[in-house]
Write a new protein. Structure first.
Length: 585
RNA sequence: GCGCCCGUAGCUCAGCCGGAUAGAGCACUUGAUUCCUAAUCAAGGGGUCGCAGGUUCGAGUCCUGCCGGGCGCACCA
């Protein structure tokens, strides 16, 4: 249950009743009425802006209207008190029993708690990673990979029909370079001394295996043929090998895409012509010459007539070329075709997760989607800023020179996939992020990964102890869901319940905003709430979870602990982090 | 020169389609451990939300212009 949405519905019923009673004019727009947690918990449990939003259109004074609404809300079920504050806020206090009942919600739902049909099954396509198939993933890919994957999981939990997609850029000139590099490795595998890898080719060791595989399969068949003859086969073979590498990297961080779309097959099947035909039919294509960018004209600039898309009519800064001088399509042209393809597959909502270096690409792609779908398609681009790798505060050097770069796999081996997943969400995606290889292994409050793990492990520890101290009691979630919860009266206990009850709302609002980082922040809050309760039990023995002299109270507290563990696990599940039973090693 | 992102406590950052006295961690000060993991917790000081205008009952949040940092800027992907 989303508590806030629930009471918004309650409020709307009351507002409609006021309309009927003539205390409010009919036909008011309630869409801006919200029910939210107040910023300061001392104000109450819920706050609504209804009076402030409606006062003007209703021709009433905010505080007068607030009083009218408050009088009605005061009689609603589970409401314990209503008061008016500030410019016209209505603060609502709920009965403690209402919060205790949320424990039962959690225990019944298990880690499915927080799931909803908020998205109503709307199809959403999340495209992420989409790394060029020219080598293994490196650390620079980690952030987009995690952000995209968790965003997809988040949307799924919120009730959207999510497809995780990877766009394979297997069509450009870079694939020719890849194929040539592989051919060199192939000749090497046949015994030839190839010397240093020439400038401009991919020097990475990962191509040695490709060369050997080809030599083993085909022998010397391709050695003395012309490039024209071997190139197509080398392109295909090597691209497939690189995709296998990438998929293996992704699997090691728990990422599995539903759909891989090949740029080359899109082109081969006439997808680009198709998309351009659509634009042409709307008179959005023309042949023209672009002006050089002011203040920064490229040295080799020459006026050149090109096939252009009228992107500037859709919010872009300039029109954009679609065809290279050799007649082949630009990357943008095939990407237009790709997004039209996604739209035609039923995705009106598309999300692309890109690196910050693609920032200049966003407007044109959004312009393209608008034009191709007549404004029916929506493309949201999540840009991931750079990650700075540090080691104990000092920059950790990574270099692509000589083909040695820090691969994603090396990072995973160093700190583990769970750590990478969590840390990547400890900043908004559009803010730069420091990733300290040493600090993330710290077992301290400063390390959010540890902090959240520790909270869950503490919960599990209590439940393990309970099995012996309350031997014979049924401690299954199903049984705990039935125990009398009324003994839970301490402020720290209620605070924990309230934090847990915010989870469904967090899922929905994070999904709506396409902001997966909110999950990581929520988990830290929830963990803090639990740690606080734990330590309070250290100060006051009567607040310990396990009091063998009082089984009824202990069972109620175990229900709370089990629920806390469940919500923590629910959040970690969406992030893709495995909850731990204990941290002792 | 243009576009995009960012600018919030000494440091690192949250701030939920505009809402109340702007929050958390680190650091600093003080305190809590015979007892479920003190790997934690509690309390305290610390702010012209880059600057200046504007819209609004109300702006850290929206608009405009500056300043500072990052990224990008025809036939790469």
């Amino acid at each position: 249950m989303n508590v806030f949405k629930h009471f918004r519905d309650v409020l709307l019923v009351e507002l409609e009743a006021l309309e009927k009673a003539g205390e409010l004019p009919s036909g008011l727009d309630f869409s801006r009425v919200s029910v939210e947690p107040p910023r300061d918990p001392s104000h109450g449990d819920l706050a609504t802006n209804a009076a402030m939003v409606l006062a003007k259109p209703a021709g009433l004074k905010p505080r007068d209207l607030a009083q009218t609404i408050a009088d009605r809300l005061a009689t609603a079920s589970h409401v314990n008190g209503v008061d008016i504050a500030g410019p016209g806020f209505i603060n609502i206090r709920l009965e403690d029993d209402f919060w205790r009942a949320r424990i039962r919600d959690v225990l019944k739902a298990g880690t499915g708690y927080g799931a909803s049909n908020f998205g109503a099954g709307t199809p959403v396509n999340v495209e992420y990673v989409s790394a060029n198939p020219t080598g293994p993933l490196h650390v620079g890919h980690a952030r987009g990979t995690v952000v995209g994957d968790v965003l997809a999981s988040l949307l799924a939990k919120a009730g959207y029909a999510v497809t995780r997609e990877f766009y394979v850029n297997d069509a450009g000139g870079q694939i020719d370079v890849l194929a040539r590099s592989a051919h060199l490795r192939y000749r090497e595998a046949l015994g030839e001394d190839i010397g240093a890898i020439p400038e401009g080719l991919y020097p990475g060791d990962y191509l040695i295996d490709v060369g050997q595989a080809l030599a083993q399969r085909d022998g010397a068949k391709w050695r003395d043929l012309s490039e024209q003859q071997w190139l197509p086969e080398f392109r295909t073979f090597t691209t497939n090998a690189m995709m296998a590498l990438i998929k293996s990297d992704l699997a090691s961080i728990g990422v599995h895409h539903d759909v891989y779309t090949s740029e080359q097959s899109l082109i081969n099947s006439g997808g680009v012509e198709n998309a351009l035909e659509t634009l042409k039919s709307r008179d959005l294509l023309y042949r023209g010459t672009l002006e050089p960018p002011k203040g920064r004209a490229p040295e080799d600039w020459e006026p050149r007539p090109q096939l252009l898309f009228r992107a500037s009519e859709f919010g872009d800064d300039t029109d954009r070329p679609l065809q290279k001088s050799d007649g082949s399509w630009t990357y943008f042209a095939s990407d237009l075709a790709y997004h039209l393809d996604k739209y035609r597959r039923g995705f009106s909502t598309m999300i692309d997760v890109l690196g910050a270096d693609h920032g200049g690409y966003v407007k044109r792609m959004q312009a393209g989607v608008k034009a191709l779908t007549e404004n029916k398609g929506d493309l949201d681009v999540k840009m991931c800023q750079m990650v700075r790798l540090l080691a104990a505060g000092e920059p950790a050097v990574m270099s692509k020179r000589g083909g040695t770069f820090v691969t994603l796999k090396e990072l995973l081996d160093e700190v583990g996939g769970d750590v990478v997943r969590f840390i990547m969400l400890t900043r908004r995606n559009d803010a730069a992020l420091d990733f300290d290889l040493v600090k993330v292994k710290d077992q301290s409050r400063e390390n959010p990964v540890f902090y959240v793990h520790y909270a869950h492990a503490r919960c599990r520890s209590v439940l393990r102890h309970a099995a012996t101290e309350l031997a014979g009691a049924d401690l299954s979630p199903e049984a705990l869901a039935k125990v009398d919860l009324s003994p839970l009266t301490d402020s720290a206990e209620l605070a924990l319940m309230k934090t847990m009850a915010v989870w469904p709302r967090t899922v929905e609002s994070a999904a709506l905003a396409h902001e997966p980082h909110r999950l990581a922040f929520y988990l830290q809050e929830l963990a803090a709430s639990f740690h606080a309760l734990w330590t309070k039990g250290k100060d006051e023995a009567s607040l310990r979870f396990l009091l063998p002299a009082d089984p009824a109270l202990s069972l109620a507290r175990l229900a709370l602990v089990q629920a806390a563990a469940t919500v923590l696990a629910s959040g970690m599940e969406v992030i893709g982090v495995k909850p731990l039973e204990e941290l002792r090693s």
